[in-house]
Design a protein around this ligand. Structure first.
Ligand SMILES: [Zn+2]
Length: 62
């Protein structure tokens, strides 16, 4: 199982747990590209990473 593509962000070998990126950091970089692009709210799969909750908390119903 060594046919992982290189990280699209930095070109390093991808990590099987973070694919297609090499690390969580590069994943965030990719996410940031989406957020700064046409898509204000990216569709993210439920991850066990609690950091995403801050992003989902964008609906301000007051
Ligand atoms: Zn990377």
């Amino acid at each position: 199982m060594t046919d992982l593509k290189p990280c699209p962000i930095c070109g390093k070998p991808a990590d099987p747990t973070e694919r297609p990126f090499c690390s969580r950091r590069c994943r965030l970089v990719d996410l940031n590209r989406w957020m700064t692009g046409a898509y204000a709210v990216p569709v993210i799969e439920d991850d066990d990473d609690a950091d995403w909750e801050t992003i989902h908390d964008g609906e301000d119903k007051s």
